[in-house]
Design a protein around this ligand. Structure first.
Ligand SMILES: [Zn+2]
Length: 333
């Protein structure tokens, strides 16, 4: 990595710290700048044989949970990864916030000096990324190595799977800019929907309605709303034939009551906004194959994972927004 570029990046992150956050958050151009800065941090340690999308996936996962967890402060930097003091300085280091590479190493700490300024700074983006790259490089460059490294780091299956899903998306599209969504029912077909969050369900006892019903005719194409990895497919007594897709924001998108699936779609497939995943139906509310107990519709739900558990949130506002974007897109073409 060129020294000049590093200086430039440092200057940029300094400017961001000094200016009020909203100045930067508002424009599209600044978002793109931020993504470029992130990308340049991920790729700069590629000679350690750590694919950039492994680092990017961990960083994105950390950013996702910081956005929804009150007990974890959001990191004000280009990268979101943060290490605990014990991890960084070493569990027996008397200096809790030690930044000397020599004594950190002596006390078994993991913190490293990535930008070679003589200081292993737990708040420095380059030192953080270098430390994570070094950790991953001890396991090796393959996906199996990465999985093992994630297991040891997070010791939680859901977290490991979420990070792996993000990594596979970044790898497939060779990009971290996947902020595009669409309405999950193909435009040009008849459909109606309204906010029904929390309404009582007709079947299955006292469960509230966690999602939005989009009523449409049998066979109307159902589209993936987001980039994501197909992680669930098959029968569920409530949802009938359903598909579950995990995206890079720790969200699980749930599409239920399908009449059939798109040809060839399988668990593990990667989809993008607009990929046909199945067709509207009225399956569910009974044993496998039950259909016709209610008018055909797509039940669409979103569940967010915060690193500990998953909860449903109302997708209706997003659906309205995605419908507007999809309509505007249609006009342009
Ligand atoms: Zn529903």
């Amino acid at each position: 990595m060129n020294r000049l570029i590093i200086t430039f990046l440092l200057a940029l992150s300094f400017i961001q710290m000094v200016l009020p956050l909203n100045v930067f958050a508002e424009t599209e151009a600044s978002k793109e700048d931020l993504l470029k800065q992130r990308m340049s941090l991920y790729v700069q340690f590629e000679d350690m044989l750590v694919p950039w999308y492994f680092l990017a996936a961990i960083d994105q996962y950390e950013r996702n949970i910081q956005a929804v967890r009150k007990d974890i402060p959001s990191r004000e930097g280009v990268v979101a990864i943060r290490f605990s003091d014990e991890y960084w300085a070493g569990p027996f280091n008397p200096l809790i916030q030690d930044n000397s590479p020599t004594t950190i190493d002596y006390f078994g700490g993991m913190g490293l000096d990535g930008d070679k300024d003589g200081v292993a700074d737990a708040e420095n983006d380059i030192d953080i990324i270098y430390t994570m790259a070094s950790y991953l490089s001890h396991y090796g460059p393959s996906e199996a190595d990465f999985k093992k490294a994630l297991w040891d780091y997070y010791t939680n299956e859901t977290i490991v799977n979420q990070v792996l899903a993000i990594a596979s998306l970044y790898k497939k599209y060779q990009d971290i800019n996947l902020e595009q969504y669409t309405f999950p029912v193909a435009l040009g077909y008849n459909y109606t929907f309204k906010g029904t969050w929390g309404a009582n369900r007709g079947w299955g006892g006292r469960r509230i309605h966690e999602g939005t019903d989009i009523f449409a005719d049998y066979g109307t194409p159902v589209l993936s709303a987001s980039y994501g990895v197909v992680v669930t497919k098959g029968w569920n007594k409530f949802g009938g034939w359903r598909i579950g897709i995990r995206d890079h924001h720790n969200s699980y998108h749930y599409y239920a009551h399908l009449s059939s699936y798109a040809k060839g779609i399988e668990v593990g497939d990667i989809v993008k906004p607009g990929t046909v995943i199945g067709y509207v139906g009225s399956s569910g509310y009974g044993s496998e194959g039950t259909s016709g107990k209610f008018p055909p519709h797509l039940h669409y739900g979103i569940y967010k994972f915060n690193g500990r558990y998953e909860w449903a949130y109302d997708p209706y506002p997003s659906l309205l927004q995605w419908e507007r974007t999809a309509k505007a897109q249609l006009k342009k073409n």
